[in-house]
Design a protein around this ligand. Sequence first.
Ligand code: ATP
Ligand code: MG
Length: 422
Amino acid sequence: MIAEIIAVGSEMLTPHRQDTNSLFLTAGLNDLGVEVGFKTIVGDNPHRLVEAIHNALRRADILILSGGLGPTEDDLTRECVAEALDLNLLTDAAAVLALQARFKARRMEMPSNNLKQAQVIDGAELLPNPNGSAPGQWLETVIRTAAGHTHRRLIILLPGPPKELKAIYAEEVRPRLAEVLPPHFLARRVLRMALIPESTVDARTAPIYRRFADVETTILAGHGEIQLHFLCAKDTQEEAEDRVDQVAELVEREMGDDIFSSDGESLEEIVLLMLGLRGLKLAVAESCTGGLLAERITAIPNASRNFLGGAIVYSNELKIGFCKVPAKLLSQHGAVSPEVARSLAEGIRERTKASLGLSITGIAGPAIPDGPDSDKPVGLVYIGLADEEDTQVKRFMIPGDRDRVRLWATQYALEMLRHTLQ
Ligand code: ATP
Ligand code: MG
């Protein structure tokens, strides 16, 4: 089964608005085992819309249209679908009453052009809209090609506002699709790794996942992380789960400790979980990341159990004043140095009575000639981790712009913590 989604609306052909409805619909269709073969965006132009509908009817079994069901002149989807299929538009009496009731409940006069929204393509069923005035439509029909072949087609019309589209999809479309589509069970696994090149992950894991032709494998890279997604569809849930378990287990054996989570959890979630298991409290001292590390940690609900907090010690004054970094260290080695990273980690740990102190100091860039750190390269980062026994300090060179250096610095810090806790 192949589906096509047509998003109708000229605004989505400008740089100002994006078609997000098709992403939502694609996720929903994939869950039901339907592959989206094509997505089309077309402006509010009847000729082009009819052309797009003809194309879709030729090449897809299921066509979902989003948008253009409003009451105004430029809302043309109903008319264009009817034209493409050579079907009439009929006025649905119950839909007229529903529209009138909707306006009456709001003590508003119904403009006559709203009657358009009670028009239904001959043979279609209306799908009630709990969040708006335009109902959707569901039409099962048969088309005949020029060569005389016939094909069954399912055509679904949904309003453009995402809140309306999502509600109708959940309440009306999904249950109907589940009924008409063959039964189908999906299993998914996501393995996540930090700070390894995508090519390395692929070189090591492709020989494994290629042997599982019935498991769809996707590698996603970005933000200092690699994700391996495994997806398998079978006749029973158990069979599907078995297959993704098998491939995931082999890949886990190959990548070992590099995998920080095998159930989709984020790196910060895993670190908090590990701190929790050991009953440890963490505090952070951040310079070049300006609170980004704390922000990532505190984005996880219940972080307060194992995260005390920390300090943004951006200036030398605060490094000295808050984390008790000796002024001499700063003048001798500079703020971006292993000595200062060590002192910050130990300082924040002592100051907060945490079990672990984690520090980040680095040069996020861009390079400033004659600046205080102009003798050091952009991307140089030191991370310190102090516990009650000792303090480790690591040096990293992170390529890229300011945003990237800052994000990757937090990624390295979390990874260092994870490896230590392991
Ligand atoms: P309305 O009754 O609001 O006119 P409609 O079905 O005619 O509904 P459109 O006019 O096409 O829908 O779009 C209404 C609004 O919904 C747009 O301004 C846009 O913000 C949003 N929208 C439309 N299509 C999409 C889409 N594919 N993805 C995300 N948002 C969309
Ligand atoms: Mg509209």
